[in-house]
Design a protein around this ligand. Structure first.
Ligand SMILES: [Zn+2]
Ligand SMILES: [Zn+2]
Length: 276
């Protein structure tokens, strides 16, 4: 199983997880053309996308025109019922496919999408319909792999670290540097929103990853730092902060990878844990 963040920031988010020629997208906050163009070098096309999972109904995670394009290609859209309801209220083309297999409500703990099993976990964020972190599992005779994606959360809720434990790849947001945020020209209400119900700082992200490692029986191959703020952070600061957190935990061997606003990051393959 492989993971690549095709792009991540407040300007758009989309991650692809794939195994051979079966792919799953988490979020579709870019144009269909952008997603399609960046799937190609990975050896994938939209025809091989077996579903798209939506974390929440903010436009940087779900662009209505992309969603409508995916529905036209008969790519099923998966999300908890509260999010599907919001998407249907916002978009006539989504309303039209309500009650059809193209809109799939994630009501159960585990949802099967192609070869993957996806588990949703609610996280605190100011999006209508709520916001969810997803753990994507692939189990086969040769072993199992897990990738977890947690972006857009104001703070780390109880239980999230356990939900993310034993992942081969972690995609976590490392949104802002608190000093840069305080010094930025953003209005006070926006600074407060980011700190309380918006996004994790570099330090909060480091603590989350340390807690995930403490709950895990092995270390991940890589931690990918997502949703890095353009004005209130830099990739270098985010990477340095995460590297420090990993060193504190004795896990300096774990790779820390940047993500980018408008280009894919380095794809990582999950080396599977053998089934016992
Ligand atoms: Zn976002
Ligand atoms: Zn958001």
């Amino acid at each position: 199983m492989h993971v690549c963040v095709l792009g991540s920031s407040s300007a758009g988010n989309c991650t692809v997880i794939w195994e051979e020629h079966r792919a799953l997208l988490v979020d579709c906050g870019f144009s269909q053309r952008y997603i399609s163009r960046h799937l190609r070098p990975l050896g994938l096309t939209l025809r091989e996308v077996e579903g798209v999972v939506i974390t929440h109904a903010h436009a940087d995670h779900v662009l209505p025109q992309t969603l409508v394009g995916f529905l036209a290609l008969r790519i099923p859209v998966h999300a908890p019922p509260s999010i599907l309801q919001v998407l249907a209220e916002q978009c006539r083309d989504v309303r039209k496919v309500q009650g059809t297999p193209l809109l799939r409500s994630m009501r159960t703990v585990s949802t099967e999408i192609g070869p993957f099993l996806v588990n949703a976990f609610p996280v605190p964020h100011d999006a209508p319909g709520g916001c969810f972190a997803y753990a994507v599992h692939l189990d086969s005779l040769t072993g199992s792999a897990k990738a977890t994606i947690a972006t857009d959360l104001g703070y780390v809720p109880d239980g999230l670290a356990a939900h993310c434990a034993n992942s081969h790849v972690l995609v976590v947001e490392s949104n802002h540097d608190p000093v840069m945020l305080a010094a930025s020209s953003r209005p006070d209400w926006l600074k407060d929103r980011i700190r309380t119900i918006g996004h994790l700082s570099n330090e909060q992200s480091g603590k989350l990853v340390r807690d995930i490692l403490a709950a895990s029986s092995f270390y991940p191959e890589a931690v990918m730092l997502a949703h890095v703020s353009k004005d209130c952070n830099t990739n270098a600061r985010a990477v340095e902060s995460m590297a420090l957190a990993l060193r504190d935990h004795g896990a300096e061997g774990v790779r820390v990878l940047e993500t980018h606003r408008h280009e894919p990051n380095e794809a990582v393959s999950c080396f599977r844990t053998m089934n016992s």
